[in-house]
Design a protein around this ligand. Structure first.
Ligand SMILES: Nc1ncnc2c1ncn2[C@@H]1O[C@H](COP(=O)(O)OP(=O)(O)OP(=O)(O)O)[C@@H](O)[C@H]1O
Length: 249
């Protein structure tokens, strides 16, 4: 059974950095000494094993699944249960069943925080989650781009309609600072703030666009970027302070 503060990382559109935020937040909370589980619920679009470069697979004990330990967090993903880069070709009800297994058939142990990486949007999974985990709280990730903000607002409205608390908004890809130069607001400015205001919540963090490394991939993990690490550490501290022991489920 899941326990601890359960926080779903959601977004309206895909590609805004939801999984990246989920991973970095989980690692940062763990760096602060918290016990953290990270569950990749993006069943069709799972990406956490790749982001964290995890090759190991979960083991089983007495018909229960033992999640994968990585650095100082515990991780579960659909990607662990498939060979290679197989697609998941299931209809909605099967997805609901799998999510149930992730919650009930995995030996989670005692956790302080459970970070859920949801698929983007307001589909079956989001609805399922509202029913299965009414105590779950949400963080909505958007870029500052007006289209991303517009779609993210619907995710927030759904959270409210189903009585999930919105902890706040994270604006990802907020700006880019070329070496020694000023900030450029590539996707516009103020999108995260607008979303937060419309939903009656706050912007918890604004995260810059990372520069590409030599291999062309942006360096998006706190383990590689000190500036990013500072931003996420302060976000993790704020969340720990906000979610006082009284609210720990
Ligand atoms: N701040 C950032 N700077 C640069 N690149 C980023 C940043 N955040 C995320 N990315 C990159 O953007 C891409 C999409 O990120 P990610 O997979 O986290 O998005 P997502 O919202 O979870 O997408 P989906 O829901 O479609 O899986 C990845 O290649 C990731 O490395």
């Amino acid at each position: 059974m899941l326990n601890g503060n359960i926080i779903a990382i959601t977004s309206g559109k895909g590609g805004v950095g939801k999984s990246t935020v989920a991973v970095n937040l989980a690692l940062s909370l763990a760096d602060l000494g918290k016990k953290v589980a990270l569950i990749d619920l993006d069943i069709y679009g799972y990406s956490i094993p790749k982001i964290l470069n995890i090759e190991s697979k979960p083991k089983t004990m007495n018909n229960k699944i033992i999640p994968v330990g990585h650095e100082n967090i515990t991780v579960m993903s659909m990607g662990f249960l498939l060979k290679g880069n197989e697609p998941v070709v299931w209809r909605g009800p099967m997805i609901g069943k799998m999510v149930g297994h992730f919650f009930d058939e995995v030996i989670w142990g005692k956790q302080d925080f459970v970070i859920l990486d949801l698929p983007p949007g307001t589909g079956d999974m989001a609805l399922d989650l509202h029913q299965k985990l009414p105590q779950c709280q949400e963080i909505i990730v958007t870029t500052p781009h007006p289209n991303a903000v517009h779609v993210a607002e619907r995710t927030g409205i759904m959270a409210k309609q189903t009585n999930h608390t919105i902890l706040g908004v994270i604006e990802n890809m907020s700006y880019f600072t070329p070496d020694g130069m000023e900030k450029y607001f590539i996707f516009g400015q103020g999108g995260g703030k607008k979303l937060a205001t419309n939903l009656g919540t706050d912007v918890l963090a604004s995260i810059p666009l990372a520069s590409p490394q030599e291999n062309g991939e942006p360096s998006v993990l706190i383990t590689d970027e000190p500036e990013l690490k500072n931003i996420y550490q302060s976000l993790a501290k704020d969340l720990i302070n906000k979610l006082t022991p009284e609210t720990i489920q």
